[in-house]
Ligand binder design. Structure first.
Ligand code: CAP
Ligand code: MG
Length: 391
């Protein structure tokens, strides 16, 4: 049983030779022969080339090279030193195939797509989310007012921005108390439960303590910056059995996913985050402000939503530069099982946050009723104004 890793390779060496170098660095070898190895070590632990042609190298790494349940160690092999080898000019990890024997030690999402739909009471339509803007600087009272307006306007989820944690101007516990308080009021007024994804990103040994503190204050969803804090953060929260969805933000990913010749494809991280227990994961928009090739983004979405071992599907989140005018394209491209996040696209509405959220709801209603946004806007003021602002 093996882990199969597929790479795009550019090297002055023939691709077969380059693939062998990758195998060596990923398993038993180093730059020269060593006197300390044995036939047994080579036979049992050396990675082997499965296929190498047209700049694509597939290698098989024996299961025994991996520590069960340890994703950091897996990454140190498949996405480790190989990226720095002088003889390989460019290298991109395109995909990994994990055997059942390896994935059995992970639990996957506790809630996933269906679980989240159940919590917010929303059936077959995309969920609407917002990120409070400005991304930093608001104090808890101001912040919670924005949350209230967005929730009353109709969003299903509010998330903290990735850079907001527990700064002096907005202490986390105070902010969570204020926000959960206003969301209780929204529940009383509308009978809708709105999720608040609380960014608990911090050093890993304090993660669970921080999460437990905000849960005591009523938090109903936890968020982490999974690249900055390390993928194992997802596993730490999942294994703590905290009973609320884990929302994963990917700030920083483009440092290694954006270059189409070098780095790691986001699809690899989609698989890993899903098996570790991500209930929601950022996955790109195609049409928004962030880079993301259509073909790759669609494959990333697939990696979260397809049938894969015993893991529930993870809910993808589309975020970055979205506004009501893009809702039709978003649904066309990404389908219904997605959270569409609007930060500037809600709080930038000329009539304020509530009108912004209402405009998004109207756009979604229009698409569901198969009416063009332009037509629907004739009788829906908030949408009309939004479409005028973001042409
Ligand atoms: C969106 C967002 C998200 C990015 C990340 C932001 O706000 O909060 O962090 O979407 O993108 O700060 O940009 P806006 P991705 O709606 O105001 O753009 O997850 O695709 O990397
Ligand atoms: Mg953000």
């Amino acid at each position: 049983m093996e882990v199969i890793a597929k790479y795009y390779v550019e090297s002055r060496l023939p691709v077969k030779e380059a693939a062998k170098k990758i195998c060596e660095e990923c398993s038993t070898g180093t730059w020269t022969e060593v006197t300390t190895t044995t036939k047994g070590v080579e036979e049992r632990y050396a990675a082997k080339v499965v296929d190498a042609k047209d700049n694509i190298a597939k290698i098989a790494i024996p299961m025994d090279d991996f520590e069960p349940g340890n994703i950091a160690q897996l990454l140190s092999i498949v996405a480790g030193n190989v990226f720095g080898l002088k003889e390989i000019k460019n290298l991109r990890l395109l995909d990994i195939d994990l055997p059942g024997e390896f994935v059995k030690d992970f639990r996957g999402p506790q809630f996933g797509i269906e679980g989240i739909r159940k919590i917010v009471g929303v059936g077959r339509r995309p969920l609407i989310g917002t990120i409070v803007k400005p991304k930093i600087g608001l104090e808890p009272v101001e912040y919670s007012k924005v949350v209230y307006e967005a929730a009353m306007g109709g969003v299903d989820l509010v998330k903290m921005d990735e850079t907001l944690t527990d700064q002096n101007f907005c202490r986390l516990e105070e902010n969570v108390s204020w926000v959960m308080d206003v969301l209780d009021k929204v529940k009383q007024a509308t009978d809708r439960k709105v999720l608040f994804a609380v960014n608990v990103t911090t050093r890993q040994d304090e993660l669970v303590e921080r999460a437990e503190k905000v849960l005591q204050l009523g938090a109903n969803c936890l968020m982490i910056d999974i690249i900055c804090s390390g993928l194992s953060s997802i596993q730490i929260l999942r294994d703590a059995n905290l009973g609320v969805p884990i929302y994963c933000h990917r700030t920083g990913h483009a440092a290694f996913t954006r270059n189409e010749k070098h780095g790691v494809r986001w699809a690899v991280y989609c698989k890993l985050a899903r098996l570790l227990g991500a209930d929601v994961l950022h996955c790109g928009t195609i049409v928004g402000k962030m880079h993301g090739e259509r073909k790759e983004v669609l494959e990333d979405y697939k990696a979260l939503r397809n049938d894969w071992f015993f893991f529930s599907p993870t809910m993808p989140a589309a975020s970055g530069g979205l506004h009501p005018g893009l809702v039709e394209d978003l649904i066309k491209n990404l389908g219904d099982d997605v959270i569409m996040n609007f930060g500037g696209g809600i709080h930038g509405h000329p009539h304020g946050t509530r009108a912004g959220a209402t405009a998004v709801v109207q756009a979604l209603d229009a698409v569901n009723q198969r009416i063009s946004l332009k037509e629907y806007a004739k009788s829906h003021e908030e949408l009309r104004i939004a479409l005028e602002k973001w042409k």
